[in-house]
Design a protein around this ligand. Sequence first.
Ligand SMILES: Cc1ncc(COP(=O)(O)O)c(C=O)c1O
Length: 419
Amino acid sequence: MAHLAIKGGSKAVNRPLGKAWPIYGDLEKRYLDEVLNSGKWWRGGYSEAESSQSKVVRFEQEFAAYQDARFGIAVTNGTQALECALKALGIKAGDEVIVPAVTFVASATAIILVNAIPIIVDIDPATYQISPAAIEAAITPRTVGIMPVHYAGYPCDMDAINAIAKKHGLFVLEDCAHAHGTIYQGKKLGARGDMGSFSLQMGKTLTCGEGGILLTDNEEFAKKAFSFHHIGRMPGRPFYEFHMVASNLRMTEWQAAVALAQFSRFDEQANARDANARRFEDGLRGIPGVAPIERVPGLERWVFYFYHWRFLKDEWPEGVTRDRFMEALGAEGVPCHLGHLHPIYQNPLFLERNFGPVVWPQGIEPPDYSKIQCPQCERIFREEGVSMSHSIFLGGPEDMDAMLDAVCKVREHADELIG
Ligand SMILES: Cc1ncc(COP(=O)(O)O)c(C=O)c1O
């Protein structure tokens, strides 16, 4: 008789794990009501003197302080946050910016949307984050910046990246879409380079449905980003005076109301995820054939969007693949998936060069993305990486134990997965 659920045996976990996402309560309703009754549904409804009453301004200030940054500029979403930051950092048509192969495609498309060229490089297999050696090898005379993505909330090697940037005179724009609240070397992320960009889209660990925010310690970049998100206005200047060609990327007071309410629960949720993940990691270390991604020294709190861990193919009976393992674990009641471990350059937009109305200067062309090879990223996508949603880690330790029991069960009866 089969033991594994995928073969008709009984399921290891018969209840939902973690918590349904998003989580909300009366505070969201109260803040939304306050916005409704204020009659000021956008930040421009408040004069500069009244600006502390704006929920957008309050969110900018509170989130920036929380992330150890001096300035925050709240925007419509994480993709436009990246575009806005690139403009504030002075990007020009045809400039090259280095990005990792493992990220959500928006990290790279934001670069194309400002007429610049993403140069896609491999990741470090120990951390799944952009490889400093690969960055260094990709620098050309046209490189102007590096976009480390703290993928799945795990910190990139910022000391190495900042050192490379300094040596070559490049900017560093951290894509922190997954990394709200992560504490690394005693500080949070987002102002470790020149600018940092966050997404507040609904799946993220801090959300208002759609939204984004930029952080920086640099006053000049903050002023430029403010202007680029506000049709070219400048703080302290007359309302109908415009200083650059810029779009409207303003966050609404509605979005900020929800973001602020969500933010009030953020730390508690972040601590719960981290404590649960540590318990899961300890358990994984004791099961043959699987392993956690070990935490780099200095990673004090990992607040992840996806939680990644490893399937070690060589430690399983021949014929048991990562995909089959994930299917079996899913059937046991432990949902896992691939996240976006898919190498971004394999998307049709790169392979078919569907770059839209982008204009690069004459004689400057992006690389032939169909020829890019990032062996680590491709191997991890093909046979190693396992990904889970952050919301699974919001329950109690008993959920972690149930997940580990399910992994053990699949391991013990791996022979049922052959053939
Ligand atoms: C790494 C990364 N960067 C940027 C973005 C874009 O954010 P948004 O969806 O808010 O535009 C995302 C969204 O998932 C992301 O995962």
